[in-house]
Design a protein around this ligand. Structure first.
Ligand SMILES: Nc1ccn([C@@H]2O[C@H](COP(=O)(O)OP(=O)(O)OP(=O)(O)O)[C@@H](O)[C@H]2O)c(=O)n1
Ligand SMILES: C[C@](O)(CO)[C@H](O)COP(=O)(O)O
Length: 234
């Protein structure tokens, strides 16, 4: 069984959160959101290395968190790029040559369940590529720019995709290199793998693995941390 690394991307600006401080550094139960996320992967025995991708101006404070919170698996802190995809690409380049498996995770998804992380990785080891996801609960419409409904896809085939997304490293690197060559930008890692013709498996997770994105996610995040993930108030 080859080594497993995790690339945690946290170089975004969090513009939809509309806070002065980037959302990954907002405090949740006494600790920055990014620290909750890193601590989760630190606790997973199968994870050998974590690469943290941050904004250039945040590298120093992140290296402070590594010491302060005992995040010894964070072996590299690298500067991200303009889009999430560029940040992931830079993270992948920092991985040691003996890394066989990689999981990419959003720094602002601090509530993923450990059992789902492990299930995702196991599925990737069977099939090369797997992502966490949940079935969509709403009816989804395709709407044109005039606000007119064009179609209603069958909900039974719709899934909301989460992270982590797990891959054989050589496959993900090839997918990223192809996307770079073709000038293609996707919103998740699986899209890049799909477009080079490799099937990606979905592993069902839960609805608590939210991406903290907009202001109304913050009270929900506070509720999840206390009532679902069971942390006592700090
Ligand atoms: N150039 C970027 C953009 C995003 N991310 C990271 O990718 C994850 C998911 O992105 P999103 O929630 O969209 O974060 P932001 O890009 O920060 O948010 P917004 O789009 O509202 O600005 C986040 O952990 C974010 O920090 C990144 O590392 N580099
Ligand atoms: C990767 C992701 O979290 C899967 O849902 C999502 O695609 C990130 O998208 P965003 O545009 O950066 O919010």
């Amino acid at each position: 069984m080859g080594k497993l690394a995790v690339v945690v991307v946290a170089a975004g600006k969090g513009s939809r959160m509309r806070t002065e401080e980037s959302k990954q550094y907002l405090h949740l139960n006494g600790k920055p959101i990014i620290v909750h996320t890193l601590a989760l992967f630190q606790r997973i025995a199968q994870v050998d290395t974590i690469v943290l991708v941050t904004g250039t101006d945040d590298m120093e404070r992140c290296s402070g968190y590594v010491g302060q919170y005992g995040l010894s698996k964070v072996k590299h802190i690298v500067a991200g790029g303009k889009e999430r995809q560029h940040s992931v690409y830079r993270g992948l380049q920092a991985l040691a040559a003996d890394t066989e498996w990689v999981m990419v995770h959003d720094g602002v998804r601090p509530f993923v369940a450990v059992e789902h992380v492990v299930a995702c990785w196991r599925k990737a080891m069977e099939t090369e590529a797997a992502v966490l996801a949940v079935p969509v609960k709403d009816t989804i419409k395709v709407v044109n720019s005039a606000g007119t409904i064009q179609s209603t896809p069958d909900r039974r085939s719709l899934w909301a995709i989460q992270t982590p997304q797990a891959f054989r490293l050589s496959l993900l690197k090839r997918a990223y290199a192809e996307a770079e060559k073709d000038g293609f930008t996707g919103t998740d890692d699986a899209m890049l793998v799909e477009r080079i013709g490799t099937p990606v498996q979905v592993v069902e997770a839960d609805y608590y693995n939210i991406k903290i994105t907009t202001p109304e996610d913050l009270p929900w995040a506070d509720w999840i941390i206390h009532h679902v993930r069971g942390e006592s108030v700090q």
